[in-house]
Design a protein around this ligand. Structure first.
Ligand SMILES: NC(=O)c1ccc[n+]([C@@H]2O[C@H](COP(=O)([O-])OP(=O)(O)OC[C@H]3O[C@@H](n4cnc5c(N)ncnc54)[C@H](OP(=O)(O)O)[C@@H]3O)[C@@H](O)[C@H]2O)c1
Length: 289
């Protein structure tokens, strides 16, 4: 298939290109200099020129704290930019797979019948608490309104070799420090872009449309994630407990971010620990080159 990829130079975009090439697709990789998704006319022209069989949107305003003070720019990319791609794809009759975020939820864990916290499902009500989350939710709505063929994939806590991420930061700190302090009161699903990218292609190959949750299976706090990073990387660094209140940030972070799919046509991703192992192997390979 001929696939148009917007935001192709981002962390997820780079793994989508790798996964697409491996699967034998023809990739038309458009990074921001080639396609600014906030420019509706350029987006339309790109779809008419490329004539893809489907498209993926990996472009986004991902500076969560910066969005609080640059709300217009965040909305221009995450809401209207996503909408531009969705309308242009619909105009040439092709599916768009658009990536969204756990930040569309309020971060208060839903409960199962026994009262235990459970992962957010696609049917759970949204309630973003940050400008970034609001802009991502507005983007979801524009994409789903443009065509019934389009797909919105919510994921969370991404890490991959194509960009700066939490695992990367911990590996750097763990190499030079004896201890790090990491919050225990934010829980989510770490997701390796090396797992997410082929799964996004799978949704296109199988024609899965609508709203989908796709994140590393299981859930953990940032503190627990850091501990597993040091364990797998064999770094002797102790992870001390911290709270969100101690680490004041401009944008509120959801306390609970776990995502699962309730859809039978969605294949779950492997456990987040396997994603971490894959990431460490890919990172080691990259550093040897
Ligand atoms: N990272 C996470 O933890 C996380 C969690 C859940 C969901 N997501 C979602 O996953 C997707 C991929 O995220 P990521 O982590 O790969 O982000 P990323 O590494 O920041 O990549 C985003 C890309 O979008 C590009 N971009 C920004 N504005 C653009 C515009 N107007 N036109 C075209 N391209 C533009 C950026 O280019 P420049 O670098 O030139 O600005 C960058 O290459 C996003 O939709 C994000 O919201 C991410």
């Amino acid at each position: 298939m001929r696939l148009l990829v917007a935001g192709a130079a981002g962390m997820l975009g780079l793994d989508v290109l790798r996964a697409g090439e491996r699967a034998g697709h023809e990739l038309v990789a458009l990074a921001r200099p080639e396609l600014d998704i906030t420019d509706g006319a350029s987006v339309q022209e790109a779809f008419e020129r490329v004539r893809p069989d489907a498209a993926l949107n990996c472009a986004a305003w991902t500076d969560v704290d910066g969005a609080e003070t640059h709300s217009e720019q965040a909305h221009a990319v995450n809401a209207d930019g996503a909408g531009n791609l969705a309308r242009a794809a619909a105009a040439v009759g092709v599916q768009l797979v658009h990536v969204s975020s756990d930040y569309v939820f309020d971060g208060e864990a839903p409960r199962d019948p026994t009262g235990a916290p459970r992962a957010y499902l696609e049917s759970d009500p949204t309630g973003p608490r940050s400008v970034y989350g609001e802009s991502k939710l507005a983007g979801e709505r524009q994409v789903l309104a443009a065509s019934q063929r389009h797909t919105v994939v919510r994921s969370s806590w991404l890490f991959g070799i194509g960009g700066r991420n939490f695992a990367d930061t911990m590996l750097e700190l763990g190499a030079v420090r004896d201890t790090v302090q990491v919050v225990t009161d934010q829980v989510g699903c770490p997701t390796w872009t090396g797992h997410l990218a082929p799964a996004l292609l799978g949704l296109i190959e199988r024609g899965v449309a609508g709203l989908v949750h796709l994140a590393g299976a299981g859930h953990v706090s940032w503190n627990g994630f850091a501990g597993e990073i040091f364990r797998q990387a064999e770094l002797d660094c102790r992870v001390e407990e911290a709270t969100t209140a101690q680490m004041a940030r401009p944008a509120p972070r959801p306390a609970w971010s776990a995502l699962e799919s309730e859809r039978e046509d969605v294949l779950p991703l492997p456990p987040w620990q396997d994603g971490l192992a894959g990431y460490l192997a890919a990172r080691a390979g990259m550093m040897r080159v």
